[in-house]
Write a new protein. Sequence first.
Length: 214
Amino acid sequence: MFDVMEPGYAPHPVPYLEGWELQREIHRQVASGERPETLILLEHEAVYTAGSRTEDHERPAASATPVIDVDRGGKITWHGPGQLVGYPILRVEERGGIVAIVRRLERLLIDVLAERGVAGRQIEGRSGVWVDQADAPPAKIAAIGMRVAHDVSMHGFALNCTHSLAPYDAIIPCGIRDAGVTTVARETGRALSPREAAACVARAFADAFERIPA
């Protein structure tokens, strides 16, 4: 079994550092056996987060949005209102390893997107969920970046729901130059709030992770 925590959505999104502190405390509790595995679902205030492989030229040259260096892998990305962020805090070995967890997250997000009429897919060699574009390279609609400590995962995924794509113009999202970024609203012409998306993701997560693989 696992818990689902939902500490905040618009109009009260969670400041990134507050969410990070919550992650660390829940991670400590799961690693020590004090609580079951936990999925945190929330919406953040606007922020850029830079993973350990972020290079200087990939950061925003000048921005009123804060940039926070974090202890996950990967490069720089944006979080903010209109985006659903999920932090799966899972026992990695029991779940078949971190790569298996990432692939399962991609598949469940693809299923959630399909319910909304969006055809997401995986791309070999690149994490996250992608949407094919008619006259452009595939665009990322969900990003994934995780870290493992004491055999328990933290950080996680971001599903682009309804927000503007303008914040990505100031960075090289996830360090990828030859692909774009998109949202559910852009692909369908219909708004999808993070709170609405969270209900779908929680159900899909239960289907994907309720059973521990043999």
